[in-house]
Design a protein around this ligand. Structure first.
Ligand SMILES: [Zn+2]
Length: 202
């Protein structure tokens, strides 16, 4: 049985290494891996690779290992299957690059069947206005992100949910907007450095 957590409460300052170590100890995990996220389409398996986690989606099959995505408006998404877990960092760029479907495909190659995804706190459609040009471009690629031409705001949560449901993944959405909820960090809300973690462990 996997364990999922979305938290902004692992520090309150910017002592990054200390905060991560404290979180690992609090959760009684042997290891807790974070990704070096670059809005890429790169999926890695934590159990194969040691220290190089330059990727935006990570998979693990090890007990007592946690894997985490950091975000502040982008979506941290956790994935659980019987013997595998995954985590992804998905913003507008990652959505267009299909990082979440790529993660699911890799999990299936590794033997996952039933997969459940949880979309963590992230910016909601009402709060994510982009330029008209960008709106039209993203909606043409992923129609589920559409809201209205008047607001030209993108619904990233619906967009990724549609990508995942098409692959037969069960999707839950925490429904928490980071821009509107003061308990979570929001880049658009002025939190330029701080991030919350979405993490999962087996
Ligand atoms: Zn909102």
């Amino acid at each position: 049985m996997s364990r999922t957590l979305f938290t902004s409460r692992f520090g309150g300052d910017l002592k990054v290494a200390e905060n991560r170590e404290r979180l690992r100890r609090t959760l009684s995990l042997d290891s807790l891996y974070f990704m070096r996220q670059t809005h890429s389409d790169r999926v890695l398996v934590a159990d194969d690779i040691g220290e190089d986690f330059e990727c935006d989606a990570l998979i693990s099959a090890s007990k007592s290992v946690g894997i985490a995505a950091l975000a502040a408006d982008c979506m941290p998404i956790t994935f659980s299957a019987a013997t595998l877990i995954g985590v992804a960092h998905v913003g507008r760029v990652g959505l267009v690059k299909q990082i979440a479907p790529r993660l699911v495909t890799r999990m299936r190659e590794l033997g996952a069947h039933e997969i459940t995804a949880v979309i963590g706190p992230s910016i909601c459609a009402s709060c994510y206005e982009v330029s008209r040009e960008m709106y039209e471009e993203v909606v043409s690629l992923i129609p589920a992100t559409a809201t209205s031409m008047d607001s030209h705001a993108l619904n990233l949560q619906s967009g990724v949910a549609a990508q995942l449901q098409e692959l037969g993944v069960s999707v839950r959405n925490t429904g928490i907007c980071t821009r509107e909820n003061p308990d979570f960090f929001s880049y658009r809300g002025g939190d330029l450095v701080e991030r919350q973690a979405g993490l999962i462990s087996l």
